[in-house]
Each structure stands twice: as structure tokens, then as C-alpha cells.
Design a protein around this ligand. Structure first.
Ligand code: NI
Length: 180
């Protein structure tokens, strides 16, 4: 398969802090984007990926925890029950994990890649991933759940990631000085 060309945005990239826009009408372009996102997720070994993580400010997510692929448009949680705490990582915050408290059972409303409305129930890990990806659509990252001690523990790593993402936004000639 060809590479998707989608690049995973890393902590420090401003798009990760922005609220993604609702999709008004699901088109072929959205279906294609969702397929590319799924491919990018599999290539990077992720179990979920939200559009802002590949630089797209629309409410699209893909999820596969090993029980089948979900490709969702405008997902939102309509019911929450119970509580669970899991150690979460994120493709956009590599080498960092944070314990995040979330609802244990949820109901999610969304549309599929053809625009058909769906209602899904999830619990445990799947519920956790749904909530994590929907957070991305609202500009929220696992680091926003960090406790005071977490913040001390991950400060160095975050500084490194931020520096890396600042570097990448510079013109290429400034990253690698040309050899004369
Ligand atoms: Ni993530």
C-alpha cells in the first residue's frame, strides 16, 4: 500500500489545542480522509486517531482496539456511567503516559463515513479510547489531565517535544544548515 502522506502532529503544534469543526455534510472526501487516517493509525501502531492529529481541523476519528475499525464523523458522548482510571499514551505526545479518569460506560452518537447516523455503546478500554479521541476534537490532550506530580515527571519530555515541533515549523534551511 502507498504511504498516506499524513504526518502525525506532536505536542506543541497549535492545531492540537484547537476545537475541530463539525462536519455539515459527509462527502467522499471525508470518507477518503477517514481511510487514510485508519492507514496512518495502523502504520504507527495506534488504537485511535483524531483528525487534528494529522493536521485536519474537522470532527473525524478512527478507532480500532483489535475488535474492528470504527470510522466516525462528529462523534459525541450522550451518556456516561461509572468511572475508570487508565494509564494513557498518545501518538501526539510520544513517550508520555498519564493516568486519566474517565467514564466506564458510554453511549456515543456519530455518523459513519456515508453520513448514516449511528449509536454505539462502549465500555472499558473502548470507552476510554472514544473519550480520548473526542477530547482531541475539543483541543484537549492527556497532558491536560496531568497531576502536579505528573507535571514534574513529564516537564523535561514536554519541553523536548515542544522544541522539536517548533523546529519543524521552521524553513528547512534553518534546520539543516546548508553545507558549503
Ligand atoms: Ni491521542
Amino acid at each position: 500500500m502507498e504511504k498516506t502522506g499524513l504526518k502525525i502532529r506532536v505536542y506543541g503544534d497549535r492545531i492540537l489545542k484547537k476545537r475541530a469543526l463539525s462536519v455539515k455534510e459527509v462527502t467522499e472526501r471525508h470518507a477518503q480522509t477517514l481511510s487514510q487516517m485508519a492507514q496512518a493509525m495502523y502504520e504507527t501502531g495506534g488504537i485511535g486517531l483524531a483528525a487534528p492529529q494529522v493536521g485536519i481541523g474537522e470532527r473525524l476519528v478512527v478507532i480500532d482496539i483489535g475488535q474492528g475499525l470504527y470510522k466516525l464523523v462528529n462523534p459525541c458522548v450522550t451518556k456516561k456511567e461509572g468511572q475508570q482510571s487508565m494509564e494513557e499514551g498518545c501518538l501526539s505526545v510520544p513517550e508520555v503516559s498519564i493516568k486519566v479518569k474517565r467514564a466506564k460506560k458510554i453511549v456515543v452518537r456519530a455518523m459513519d463515513e456515508t453520513g448514516k447516523p449511528l449509536t454505539l455503546q462502549a465500555e472499558g478500554l473502548l470507552a476510554c479510547v472514544f473519550q480520548h479521541e473526542i477530547d482531541h476534537l475539543n483541543g484537549k490532550l492527556i497532558v491536560d489531565y496531568a497531576s502536579f506530580l505528573d507535571r514534574i515527571r513529564i516537564a523535561q519530555k514536554l519541553a523536548e517535544l515542544k522544541e522539536r515541533s517548533d523546529d519543524e515549523s521552521l524553513p528547512e534551511s534553518r534546520i539543516k544548515p546548508r553545507k558549503l
